[in-house]
Design a protein around this ligand. Structure first.
Ligand SMILES: O=C(CO)COP(=O)(O)O
Ligand SMILES: [Zn+2]
Length: 217
């Protein structure tokens, strides 16, 4: 007989699997990055603070209510309020992934990065999965001001770049958020590889069309 797992149990396992996958591929190092999922009843599962995403224990993930009050599990990520701000602005988002992926971090450091849109639409998949990437000014990790800056941008973008820090991406599902964060990193890498070269980027109208028909959260 097949056991029917609860949504919470499945999501705990999925957060640990996604964390291990991104950590093992070098998409975030040390104890950086954090992941959250919004359950059907509005409660939030988050990765604990100061924990490597590569070794998450599903049973020890932090459980918070819809207002980000800690209910059980280990102490939540210091970016809990930032994740909460994403959910508050994006009704269709059920997962948020924050990474310190190297190339996206590099773009967040470049002096000529456009804070209105940090990466050009180089490929169709970037347009489909990310679309538009505003960058918020630098604030320390875990600072409420960082979360509030993201909140200001999150109404019109599901992916936001934190200056001198890294990307935060919301998705309808955890896999959507993961795939978008990975596409963002690959595009940042291409962007850096192609600096100084003449580019054929996607026409804005095509990028907007792809972005509008995609299922991004
Ligand atoms: O990336 C991080 C902060 O921005 C990691 O912090 P936490 O260990 O508290 O999740
Ligand atoms: Zn961080």
């Amino acid at each position: 007989m097949t056991a029917i797992l609860s949504e919470e149990t499945r999501m705990r396992d999925q957060i640990a699997a996604v964390g291990k996958s991104v950590f093992d591929r070098g998409l975030t190092a040390g104890s950086t990055g954090n992941i959250s999922v919004r359950l059907g009843d509005g409660r939030l599962l988050m990765t604990p603070t100061n924990t490597s995403l590569g070794v998450l224990d599903p049973a020890r993930l932090s459980l918070l209510d819809a207002d980000c009050n800690h209910l059980s599990g280990d102490k939540p990520t210091k970016e809990a309020f930032l994740h909460g701000c994403m959910y508050c602005r994006r009704a269709g988002a059920n997962a948020v992934v924050h990474l310190h992926s190297t190339h996206a971090v590099a773009v967040s450091i470049l002096a000529d990065t456009d804070p209105e849109d940090a990466l050009p639409p180089l490929t169709a998949y970037y347009a489909m999965r990310v679309g538009h990437l505003p960058m918020v000014p630098y604030y320390a990790p875990g600072d409420d001001a960082l979360a509030l800056a993201v909140k200001e941008r999150a109404g019109s973008a599901h992916a936001v770049l934190l200056a001198n820090h890294g990307p935060v991406v919301a998705g309808k599902t955890l896999l959507d958020a993961q795939y978008a964060a990975e596409e963002l990193e690959e595009t940042a890498k291409l962007h850096l590889m192609l600096q100084e070269r003449k580019l054929n980027i996607l026409p804005r109208a095509e990028a907007d069309r792809l972005s509008a028909i995609s299922s991004a959260g």
